[in-house]
Design a protein around this ligand. Structure first.
Ligand SMILES: Nc1ncnc2c1ncn2[C@@H]1O[C@H](COP(=O)(O)OP(=O)(O)O)[C@@H](O)[C@H]1O
Ligand SMILES: [Mg+2]
Length: 249
């Protein structure tokens, strides 16, 4: 007898999105969120981890490499997301990867030193994931890891090792990256990100009359039936909201 293998799904916490991917991300998968600046990558990634803690009781880690933890906390309050509350409950941990680099004092519990080597970086993330028994992780962003490394060309090696570690820990992860020319085939900076990612989501803009409209495209999602349509989404007071039955012209 053949038993149908069912994939365990992790709900994204993004309204409308799970309808596009059979109910959620395959558990333990690594998903790349790519797009130009302002497209919503940070919001998407933080929302995934925050909603995990708030709605599904799953602890999560946010590695912030583009803005200080305190700035991120403040910005996310605009969506009504009180990160600090869940940090105090041990359901969220923010690794501040900015303060040390720009030479600002930090009172954060989890701080990444500047000038890291690849092992330090990976070991630190591993430690924090284990410390709170995290099930979700976001690293924002991949290109900014490269700038933290003593040798920038170690980035490929770091990404390959990161992939192994993430799979071993069993966390469901979002990695953000910038797409240099999303419409023209290039969807990541180093080219290796999409190779390690089991899913790729593109966030982008399309020009419509006199304004830009946001859309989302699922380029790849292993173990999942999904369309290659462009779906409209918004960033509003709830964060990222996707419209599965909307049209993008
Ligand atoms: N509170 C908010 N309400 C509505 N839109 C917002 C809010 N905060 C940010 N945005 C929108 O989200 C954009 C930034 O999204 P972000 O996730 O930081 O993008 P990225 O990380 O891709 O650069 C802003 O340019 C703005 O358009
Ligand atoms: Mg960002």
């Amino acid at each position: 007898m053949i038993t149908k293998y069912t994939v365990k799904r992790v709900k994204s916490g993004i309204p409308g999105f799970d309808d596009l991917i059979e109910g959620g991300f395959p558990s333990g998968t690594t998903v790349l969120v790519t797009g130009p600046t302002g497209s919503g990558k940070t919001t998407f990634g933080v929302q995934f981890v925050y909603k995990g803690a708030e709605l599904y009781g799953e602890p999560g880690v946010i590695v912030t490499l583009e803005e200080r933890a305190q700035d991120l906390r403040r910005e996310m309050l605009a969506f009504g997301w009180d990160l600090e509350k869940y940090e105090k409950e041990g359901k969220l941990a923010i690794i501040d990867g900015v303060s040390a680099v720009v030479g600002l004092p930090s009172e954060e519990q989890y701080v990444l030193e500047g000038n890291l080597n690849a092992e330090d970086f990976l070991r630190y993330i591993y430690r924090v994931v284990k410390a709170i028994d995290a099930k979700r992780l976001v690293i924002d962003s991949i290109p900014s890891i490269a700038f933290r490394l003593r040798k920038e060309n170690e980035i490929r090696e770091v990404l390959l090792q990161l992939n192994t570690i993430l799979l071993e820990m069993g966390v469901t992860s979002i990695l953000t990256t910038e797409a240099p020319e999303p419409g023209r085939g290039r969807i990541s900076r180093y080219g290796i990100e999409e190779y390690i990612a089991r899913g790729v989501i593109l966030l982008d803009f399309i020009e419509k009359e006199v304004e830009l409209k946001r859309y989302l495209l699922i380029r790849k999602m292993r173990e999942t039936k999904h369309s290659m349509k462009k779906y409209p989404f918004e960033i509003n007071e709830e964060g990222v909201v996707v419209y599965p039955s909307g049209e993008v012209y």
